[in-house]
Design a protein around this ligand. Structure first.
Ligand code: PMP
Length: 438
C-alpha cells in the first residue's frame, strides 16, 4: 500500500464522520414513504436508500479524504467558453491539455457555421429514431464521408461513441462466441462484451504474440471470435502493430474490430487513422469504430465496414434502432470538421511535431512518460492517485489544466497525469508545461 493511501480503519472513521455530518446537516434526505414502510418490515433499511449504496459510500470516503487534505476537485471543471489549446476557467486563462481537440477544430468558425446552417435548415433535433422518423440528408452525407475515409462500403452513425461500442458488440456476438480484447481496452468495449453474453478473454497490452498463442488454444471452442483493439491507446499514447493483428485474425478465422476514437485525425499523414499509418487497406479490418467527439469536434460514434455489417446494425442494434438519430447540427459540425481534416493535412503534421516535442522534453526532464509514442497523448506517471491529483492541483496553480487519471480508471500504481496535445498548442506553451512539471 502506498504511504499516502488510507488504512481501512481511517477510512471507516472518515466515512462515519462524513455520514454523521450529512445526517445532521441540511442535505440529509427526509425518510421517504417507502423507507418508513420498510422500517416496519424485515428489509434492511440500507437496501432502500441510495445514500447507503456501498459504492456511493466508498465515493464519499475518497471525497472526504480529499477535502480533508484540501485537494481541489479536478473533475467537472466549468469552462467559460471553447476549451481549445487555451481555456478560461472562472475568468482566468489556462493552457489546456485536457481536451481531445487534436486538430484544433473545436470552435473552428467553419465547424460552428456548419452547425448553425444545419439548425437553420433542419432544426436542433432529429426527434426520433431514423428507422421510424426518417433521415436528414446530412446524416447520410456524414456516413458516406466516413466510409470513404476507410475505403469501405458503408457506415452508421450513433448518438454516442460509448453506445456505439456497447450496441455493436452486443448485437453481433452472443453466448456461443468469444471476444478477445487488449488488456487496456476502453470501458465501452468491456460493457459491450458483458452485454453480448459472449465469453471474454484479454491479452497483455499490445502483445500480438500472446493473442496468437491464446487463439491457437481456444479458437476451436467457439463459433464467431472477435478481436478488439484500439488504434491509439488513450491512457498511454501508444499504438498497436496493426499488420500483425490483421495477419492473426486471418490465420485464426476471426473478425477484427479497431476503435479509432483517438486515431482518427491523429495517425497517418492526412489523419485518416491507423490504416493510413501502416498502409493497410481499410477492407482488411472488419469493423472500424470511432467517435465524433474528439478530432471531429462533435458528439457521437460510428461503425464503418461492409454493407452487410452496416445494414444488420441499422435494423437491429438497440443503441441505433431505439435511440434518436444524430442531431442535424452535430452531424453538420462533424462533416465540416472531416472536410477540414482532409483538406488541411498540415494540421496533422503540426500535431505530430508538437506531441513529439512534448514527449522529448518530458523525457529530458526525467519524467516517466510510459509507452507514449508521441502522436498526441503523453502521460506523466505519478505512482499513485493522490500524487497525480496533487500534481494536477499544482499545475492548475501554474495556469495549466491537465487531468489526473486515477484508480479505478487505471491501476493505483499506474495513476498519472495525462496530456492531450492539440495542433494549436505552441512550442512556448509546451515549454511552460515542462518547466512547471520539472
Ligand atoms: N472508445 C474510446 C477508446 C474512448 O476513449 C472513448 C471516450 N473517451 C469512447 C470509445 C467513447 O466515446 P464518446 O466519449 O464519444 O462517447
Amino acid at each position: 500500500m502506498s504511504k499516502e493511501s488510507l488504512g481501512n480503519k481511517a477510512k471507516a472513521q472518515l466515512i462515519e464522520r462524513f455520514l454523521r455530518k450529512k445526517a445532521g446537516g441540511e442535505g440529509a434526505p427526509a425518510p421517504s414513504a417507502l423507507s418508513r414502510a420498510v422500517r416496519r418490515s424485515s428489509v434492511p433499511e440500507a437496501f432502500t436508500r441510495f445514500d447507503r449504496h456501498p459504492d456511493y459510500e466508498r465515493m464519499l470516503v475518497s471525497k472526504a479524504a480529499a477535502d480533508r487534505i484540501r485537494l481541489r476537485n479536478p473533475f467537472f471543471i466549468a469552462h467559460d467558453g471553447v476549451a481549445g489549446a487555451v481555456t478560461y476557467i472562472d475568468g482566468r486563462e489556462y493552457i489546456n491539455f485536457s481536451s481531445y481537440n487534436y486538430l484544433g477544430l473545436a470552435g473552428h468558425p467553419r465547424v460552428d457555421q456548419a452547425a448553425k446552417d444545419a439548425i437553420d435548415r433542419y432544426g436542433t433535433s432529429a426527434s426520433a429514431s431514423r428507422l421510424v422518423a426518417g433521415e436528414r440528408p446530412i446524416q447520410r452525407e456524414l456516413e458516406r464521408s466516413l466510409a470513404d475515409n476507410y475505403g469501405v462500403e458503408d457506415c452508421l452513425v450513433f448518438v454516442s461513441g460509448h453506445a456505439t461500442n456497447v450496441s455493436t458488440i452486443a448485437t453481433l456476438f452472443g453466448p456461443k462466441d468469444l471476444v478477445v480484447h487488449d488488456g487496456l481496452a476502453h470501458n465501452s468495449i468491456i460493457e459491450g462484451i458483458k452485454l453480448s453474453g459472449a465469453a471474454r478473454r484479454s491479452f497483455p497490452h499490445n502483445h500480438a504474440d500472446a493473442l496468437d498463442t491464446l487463439l491457437a488454444e481456444v479458437r476451436g471452442q467457439f463459433e464467431r471470435v472477435l478481436i478488439v483493439i484500439e488504434g491509439h491507446y488513450s491512457m498511454d499514447g501508444d499504438i498497436p502493430d496493426l499488420p500483425a493483428f490483421v495477419d492473426i485474425k486471418r490465420r485464426h478465422g476471426c473478425f477484427l474490430m479497431v476503435d479509432e476514437a483517438h486515431s482518427l485525425g491523429v495517425l497517418g499523414a492526412t489523419g485518416k487513422g491507423i490504416h493510413e499509418h501502416y498502409g493497410v487497406a481499410g477492407k482488411d479490418v472488419d469493423i472500424w469504430m470511432g467517435t465524433l467527439s474528439k478530432t471531429l469536434a462533435a458528439c457521437g460514434g460510428y461503425v464503418a465496414g461492409e454493407r452487410a455489417l452496416v445494414e444488420h446494425l441499422k435494423y437491429s442494434a438497440p443503441g441505433f434502432v431505439y435511440s434518436v438519430g444524430i442531431s442535424p447540427p452535430v452531424a453538420g459540425a462533424a462533416l465540416e470538421a472531416l472536410r477540414i481534416m482532409n483538406s488541411e493535412p498540415e494540421r496533422v503534421a503540426r500535431l505530430h511535431q508538437r506531441a513529439q516535442r512534448l514527449l522529448a522534453r518530458a523525457r529530458d526532464a526525467g519524467i516517466d512518460t510510459g509507452h507514449s509514442q508521441g502522436y498526441a497523448i503523453v502521460p506523466a506517471l505519478a505512482g499513485g492517485s493522490l500524487k497525480a491529483t496533487r500534481l494536477s492541483n499544482q499545475l492548475f496553480e501554474h495556469g495549466i489544466n491537465a487531468q489526473p487519471i486515477i484508480h479505478p480508471a487505471v491501476e493505483e500504481k499506474a495513476a498519472r497525469l495525462r496530456f492531450f496535445v492539440s495542433a494549436d498548442h505552441t512550442d512556448e506553451q509546451i515549454e511552460r508545461l515542462i518547466a512547471a512539471l520539472a
